[in-house]
Write a protein that binds this ligand. Structure first.
Ligand code: ZN
Length: 483
């Protein structure tokens, strides 16, 4: 098969997929289509309880004893329409525009993420000239809005190698993704009356860069919540009792807080000393973060006494500040295998001090489960020491770097043969379905690759056509080498 005719087949398959509505949570139609497609091609096919479609293609003659390779792509897409475009994702087809170089859709997202991965698999399944061992193709449901494969039955994954086709740049290969856990600390807010002998001081830090708690965690940015807590902790360290009356900061558990604000009460006799200590904090902040946070605004001000109605007690205030300054925050470990890859991190993302309770939400990410457990254990113990309850929420598993992978160097070799260029091996401090697969079968040797897409999840999404042909050649040659 030459790769021009392979490309024609892949594009024809992709166009058919685009005619079937397949937004996340609505994969019944596309699943039924792929199920029937396999039957029509004489291939064994099953549908699991989640709706995943699993297709088996027997080994080419003489290759029966070769290791099993699994190809995998997700069936769902993120449907987005441009402003003014009327589009019903449950009924309307995606109208593909092919200008000879680029695929795009007419007014909507294209769904090359991950429809082009599905089409690549359909080509491999129907080309009977290819040399490969036993082959399994898994089409998953709902990757985009919940990572449903976390619940996939483990028996689907009893293979030796897995090629995930949900990566968005040809010339790059992903070999590791982070898992994550959402955690929350809570404590009842017990309020006390304000003493006439106290003075209220407000501390504000804002204008920080903030940003994504995964890919932005190693950029040296300041966490506004932790910084304000650090400034206030200096008062207690100097023997000044502190009572918190208000404290808030952050917008989401997976974003680095760019602003935080706290109001505290201190004994009026010590208020000048307290003000000085808080003002002195700014110099230390600048020496630590000034380069990275040029737009910061730090302010310390005495507040009108009557503006404060109630406060938390000294002990609970001390516990809250203690929690914020001792919990793991920021980069925890760097990968010993991959230079400059963050292996594990945590972000203290959102603090609210409400009338009834104090709540702090955080997100831990790690590509090594051991490190995740380490951070979660420390977080739980610290939370409990400071009198907070600890809750663990949603979890997505990690996919760690496999330093003994055969598939990674083999793929890089094949790519160099085809293009004359070196492939970039890129672990990501974010999530991929491979994490769910790795948890079910840690022996699977996996990579994520794919053609070049831009602006996925938007009406500007494109797919580079030439990169689809090269990806098809890459996959077929990888399969041939694994025989
Ligand atoms: Zn995707």
């Amino acid at each position: 098969m030459n790769y021009r005719s392979a490309l024609d087949i892949i594009l024809q398959e992709f166009y058919k997929i685009c005619e079937i509505p397949h937004p996340s949570h609505h994969e019944e139609q596309i699943g039924a289509y792929l199920f029937q497609w396999a039957k029509d091609h004489g291939l064994a096919v099953t549908k699991d309880r989640l709706g995943d479609i699993i297709i088996e293609k027997p080994a080419a003659p003489g290759c029966e004893a070769s290791p099993r390779v699994i190809l995998q792509a997700h069936m769902d897409m993120v449907c987005v329409a441009a402003e003014g475009v009327s589009f019903d994702p449950l009924r309307d087809p995606i109208k593909v525009i092919n200008d000879g170089k680029i695929l795009r859709a007419d007014g909507t997202s294209l769904g090359a993420d991950d429809g082009i991965g599905v089409a690549l698999c359909l080509y491999i399944l129907q080309d009977n000239t290819l040399r490969h061992g036993p082959l399994r193709v898994i089409f998953t449901v709902n990757e985009e809005d919940g990572m449903a494969s976390i619940d996939m039955p483990a028996e689907h994954l009893d293979g030796d190698y897995l090629v995930n086709l949900d990566w968005e740049w040809l010339g790059s290969l992903c070999n590791s993704a982070a898992g994550c856990d959402f955690i929350r600390f809570r404590r009842e807010a017990k309020w006390e009356a304000v003493s006439p002998d106290d003075t209220a001081i407000e501390v504000t830090l804002k204008g920080l860069q903030g940003g994504h708690s995964g890919v932005g965690i190693n950029l040296g940015r300041a966490n506004a919540l932790v910084c304000v807590a650090s400034a206030l902790s200096r008062l207690a360290e100097s023997g000044i009792p502190v009572k918190v009356t208000a404290f808030s900061g952050g917008q989401a558990k997976n974003a680095i807080p760019a602003a935080a604000q706290a109001t505290v009460l201190v004994p009026t006799a010590l208020s000048q000393q307290a003000l000085q200590l808080l003002k002195d904090y700014e110099q230390d902040f600048v020496s630590a973060f000034g380069e990275k946070e040029p737009s910061y605004l730090y302010d310390v001000a005495v507040q009108e006494a009557h503006s404060v109605q109630q406060c938390l007690g000294v002990e609970i205030s001390k516990s809250l500040l203690g929690l914020l300054v001792t919990l793991p925050n920021g980069v925890n470990t760097m990968s010993p295998f991959v230079p400059s890859l963050v292996e594990s991190s945590q972000n203290l993302g959102l603090l609210t001090v409400g009338p009834a309770e104090i709540a702090l939400e955080a997100m831990e990410r790690s590509c090594v489960n051991y490190r995740a457990e380490e951070i979660l254990r420390a977080s739980r113990l610290i939370g409990e020491l400071f009198g907070f309850t600890y809750e663990q929420g949603d979890h997505a598993p990690a996919w760690g770097v496999n330093p003994h992978s055969k598939l990674v160097p083999l793929t890089c070799d094949v790519y160099r043969e085809i293009t004359g260029k070196d492939m970039v091996v890129e672990p990501v401090h974010g999530g991929l379905e491979c994490g769910a697969f790795f948890e079910k079968n840690p022996c699977l040797d996996m990579i994520a690759i794919g053609p070049s897409l831009t602006d996925v999840h938007s009406p500007d999404e494109t797919c580079d056509i030439e990169s689809v042909a090269v990806t098809a050649e890459l996959i077929t040659k990888i399969l041939g080498r694994l025989v």
